[in-house]
Each structure stands twice: as structure tokens, then as C-alpha cells.
Design a protein around this ligand. Structure first.
Ligand SMILES: *[C@@H]1O[C@H](CO)[C@@H](O)[C@H](O)[C@H]1NC(C)=O
Ligand SMILES: *[C@@H]1O[C@H](CO)[C@@H](O)[C@H](O)[C@H]1NC(C)=O
Length: 491
């Protein structure tokens, strides 16, 4: 639980500072003993206060939902469910999400008409992005160096204007593979490829057809390789260029992988009829679960490996799921959860824009239906206020018929958003988000010679979900209490 984490941290910090004082002052034994005793007293007291606060908070936050729940359920403690409570918990969660969902539906019905009309200015952004995707003639020899050395900074992986983008994506599509290995990352099958010119890239193979619909929990299933490319282009449209470069690539498994595979990877390659297959080495990899090409050709996504000098540090997402059916996370039951997050130094809106970045991330993830962002990365070089990167988007595009509202929890619980993001979102009203993303992806499909990268159903889903985002923000704007916090921009 977040509060636990913060307070334990605070206590340990306090202990540490006391300890330093003790070292300096405790020259005489008796004084020292007295001092130690008083520390103990303070400690006991603060732990007591902490627990009392927890109890008060959990019962008061629980009360907010209580009127909408049957009596007996409302009285149960939220944090320590036994196995028999599982059904109750699921019911409780469903009813909380339902209450929020109904509020949002109501809000959508009363949204101003401007949100349903196209904002003509979106074409300026779209045309600029399409122009970036064209391939430049006569480029400098070492153009592939640009995404390593020139582009990344504290706020983005790619600058707002990147005229070389299309050319660099083409380098990724055409560069010769010089080494192929298992990627020791995550739990699923991925290949780590070295391309000529010292380029490194991750390859995620295709498992599903474009129109596969996945049912079950939001994080269900294997990676959707096309989602990485969709996320890349969506990030450009939303001016959140924090997604690594990604292109579709069809690999000849014999020629391009087999010939350059490490022995360990090669040992997992085999022939099945006319098709070449491989199963790799990873947590979920097994001979029973191979990925096979059509003949020798396997489609997948190539993701540009970020430069070595970027010191990526992984952080636990405060709105992380429990990934257990019988346990709810603190944020799922506590409407005041955001205040607790804000109380910690890392997320205080006064000290950084990290929380606002997580809200951007929530909106981005809600649009593409990515409910699996349990951690996030920051480039902690000497950057001041580094942006939250959007790495690993493979669990998106699961089901275009479902909107997982809880992905938006950081937005509706905090009621804050970067002004730049809000402006960008309003640019894509009235179905133009789907149109613009469709155009960028159609270009990408032609360049990589593959079938359309996304179905109309997924594009329509994004337009529908954008209305929900508008509704949540309109609702926040209405709550006068929060108005000064609604539009915040630290950048
Ligand atoms: C394998 O390829 C050959 C030649 O293209 C074809 O005749 C045969 O039917 C294929 N076999 C299978 C199992 O698809
Ligand atoms: C169009 O988008 C811009 C930028 O976000 C915004 O300022 C403007 O209000 C929008 N126009 C309409 C009619 O929504």
C-alpha cells in the first residue's frame, strides 16, 4: 500500500537523522540512555499515530462508497481479504467502477458540442508528422547516430521536430542483422538483434492477427507486436514523444536469424512442414509454444534499443495492479488515493512533473487499452525533472469493444493534466484522432509492405475513449475546488 511505503520511509529517514544526532551528542553513557529512551518513545508514538491514521483513513474513504453498497460489504476491511471475500471484493470493485462509469456516461451526454466536431487545426499536426516520415535523399552517412546522440533529452526521446525521422525508420527497416540472440528481458519471447552500424534492436514477433479480440483481464495474452508501432505514432500525435522508435519488419528466419543466431537461440529453431519456427529462451518460452513463420518469413516489430548512456531507472507505478483476483490495490478502493501519492516527495506536483507525466501516461494507455504498466522508466542521467518514458506497450489493443476505465484512475483521482497535453487532446476531437492515426499507420504499412496495422474497430475505440477523457476533464473543471490544480504545467 502506498501510504505504508511513504510512512515507513519517513520513519526510517527520521531514525537515520536521530542516529546521526546520537553519534554526535552521546558522549556520556547516562545521557545517551535517556536519549535512546526518548527516541524509542517518539518512535512508538509515531507508529501509533500512523496506524490510527490508517484506520481512520481507510474507514472514511470506505464510507464514501458505502452508501452505494450493501451494508455488510461496506463494513468489511478492504486490505485483508480472505479467500471467501473474493466474490465480495470483485463485486465491490465492479460497483465502484460502475459508479464512476455512470458518472462519466452522464458527463459525456452533456459534453459541449465542440468535442464531437472536428477541430480543423489537427490537419496541421498530421501533415507535419506525415512530412517527417518521408525519406530524405542524400542524407549524412551516420544518420543512424541521430536517435542515439542528438535526440534524447530529459523530456523526450525524439524532439517535436525531427525531419530525419522517416529516414531513420527506413534504416531500421533495411539494416542488415549481424547477430541474433534471446533477449533476457521480461517473461515473453523476444530477440535481441544487433544490426550493422552498431544499432541494437529488440524484436517482438507476431502472435495474433490484427483482428484478434482478447477476452479476460486487461493484461491478458501475449504481446501484440503491432501495438508497439501504434503506440509510437500515437505518441507523436499526442506530443508525448517518449516511446522508442518502432517499425514493422518481416524477417527471413533462415537467412536473417538462423545464419546469425547465437548457439542458444539456434538450438530452439526448427522446421515444421514448410514453416520455420522458433521458441527461444525466456520465462514463458517452451517447445510447446513456438512462433512460426509463413514459410521462412516472420513478421514482428523492431524496437530501437535506447542508447547506452541513458541511465534508465525502473520505478513501481503507484497505480499498479495487484494482478490477483482476490486482492484489490489501495487505489482501487480509496477515492482519496491521489492525495496520498502527492504527499510523497517523488510525486509532489511542487517538486516535479512526474505525477502529471503519469497522468499523460494514463490517458495514453487508456486510449490504446494498455492496462499493464506496472512499472515505468525514467532516464536519470543528470537530467532535471526527467519525463516518464513510455516503454513496453505490447499489452495494448486487446479488445476494441471494452473501455477499461480504471486505467484512467490517475486522471480522475488527481484531476490534473499538463496544459500541453490538454491542448493536444482537444485538437483531435470529433473522430480526427482515429483519422490521423490511421493515416500515419497506413503510411507505415506501405513502407513495411504489410497488411494494415490496425483495424477500424481499434481506431473507433480510441475516438470513443477520447470522449471519456474529455468528460473526465470537464468534470474536474466543474469541481471548483480543484480548479487551480486542473491545468498545471511545469515544463
Ligand atoms: C510445402 O510447399 C510445397 C511447395 O510450395 C507445397 O507443394 C506443399 O503443399 C507445402 N506443404 C505444406 C504442408 O504446406
Ligand atoms: C482546437 O484545438 C485548439 C488546441 O487545443 C483549442 O485551443 C481550440 O479551442 C480547439 N477548438 C475547438 C473548436 O474545440
Amino acid at each position: 500500500m502506498m501510504t505504508e511505503y511513504i510512512d515507513v520511509d519517513a520513519i526510517s529517514r527520521m531514525l537515520q537523522s536521530r542516529h546521526n544526532v546520537t553519534n554526535r551528542n552521546c558522549m556520556i553513557g547516562r545521557r545517551c540512555a535517556l536519549f535512546a529512551l526518548s527516541i524509542l518513545l517518539i518512535l512508538v508514538l509515531s507508529v501509533n499515530i500512523y496506524f490510527i491514521r490508517m484506520i481512520v483513513e481507510s474507514s472514511s474513504s470506505h464510507r464514501m462508497y458505502a452508501k452505494n453498497l450493501p451494508e455488510s460489504k461496506a463494513r468489511q476491511g478492504p486490505s485483508t481479504p480472505s479467500r471467501s471475500d473474493e466474490k465480495d471484493l470483485q463485486l465491490q470493485l465492479k460497483s465502484i467502477v460502475k459508479i464512476i462509469g455512470e458518472g462519466i456516461k452522464e458527463e459525456i451526454r452533456s459534453l459541449p458540442s465542440k468535442y464531437f466536431k472536428q477541430n480543423t487545426s489537427y490537419t496541421i499536426v498530421l501533415e507535419r508528422l506525415l512530412a517527417e516520415l518521408t525519406i530524405m535523399p542524400n542524407v549524412r552517412e551516420d544518420i543512424w547516430n541521430i536517435p542515439n546522440n542528438n535526440w534524447p533529452d530529459a523530456h523526450q526521446l525524439i524532439p517535436p521536430a525531427a525531419p530525419e525521422l522517416g529516414t531513420i525508420l527506413e534504416v531500421l527497416r533495411r539494416s542488415k542483422i549481424v547477430r541474433a540472440d534471446n533477449a533476457p528481458l521480461g517473461t515473453q519471447l523476444k530477440l535481441m538483434l544487433n544490426l550493422e552500424n552498431d544499432i541494437k534492436a529488440l524484436f517482438k514477433p507476431q502472435w495474433y492477427s490484427r483482428d484478434t479480440i482478447l477476452h479476460g483481464p486487461v493484461y491478458h495474452g501475449k504481446d501484440r507486436h503491432n501495438a508497439e508501432v501504434v503506440a509510437f505514432h500515437l505518441s507523436s500525435l499526442l506530443a508525448l514523444r517518449r516511446v522508442p522508435l518502432a517499425v514493422i519488419r518481416k524477417l527471413d528466419l533462415k537467412e536473417e536469424i538462423g545464419n546469425y543466431a547465437t548457439p542458444a537461440l539456434y538450438a530452439t529453431m526448427y522446421q515444421e512442414g514448410n514453416n520455420t519456427c522458433l521458441y527461444g529462451i525466456c520465462h514463458y518460452c517452451s517447445p510447446a509454444d513456438p512462433v512460426c513463420g509463413t514459410g521462412d518469413v516472420l513478421e514482428g516489430t523492431l524496437i530501437f534499443w535506447l542508447p547506452r548512456y541513458l541511465r534508465l531507472v525502473k520505478h513501481r507505478h503507484p497505480w499498479q495492479r495487484t494482478y490477483k483476483r482476490n486482492k484489490l490495490a489501495a487505489w482501487e478502493i480509496d477515492e482519496g488515493y491521489c492525495d496520498k501519492v502527492k504527499d510523497s516527495k517523488a510525486y509532489s506536483p511542487q517538486s516535479s512533473s512526474r505525477l502529471l507525466d503519469l497522468i499523460d501516461t494514463a490517458i495514453f494507455d487508456f486510449l490504446i487499452d494498455n492496462g499493464d504498466r506496472h512499472h515505468y522508466e525514467l532516464a536519470q542521467n543528470n537530467f532535471h525533472n526527467p519525463a516518464v518514458l513510455l516503454i513496453d506497450n505490447g499489452k495494448s489493443l486487446g479488445n476494441p469493444d471494452v473501455d477499461h476505465l480504471d486505467i484512467l484512475a490517475p486522471l480522475y483521482q488527481c484531476c490534473m493534466i499538463h496544459k500541453t497535453t490538454w491542448d493536444r487532446l482537444r485538437l483531435f476531437s470529433g473522430g480526427s484522432l482515429g483519422i490521423a492515426l490511421g493515416r500515419l499507420l497506413a503510411h507505415e504499412a506501405v513502407m513495411s509492405d504489410v497488411s494494415p496495422l490496425i483495424t477500424e474497430a481499434h481506431l473507433n475505440a480510441m475516438d470513443r475513449r477520447l470522449l471519456t477523457v474529455y468528460a473526465v476533464i470537464e468534470n474536474c473543471l466543474k469541481k471548483k475546488k480543484y480548479i487551480s490544480n486542473v491545468i498545471l504545467d511545469h515544463r
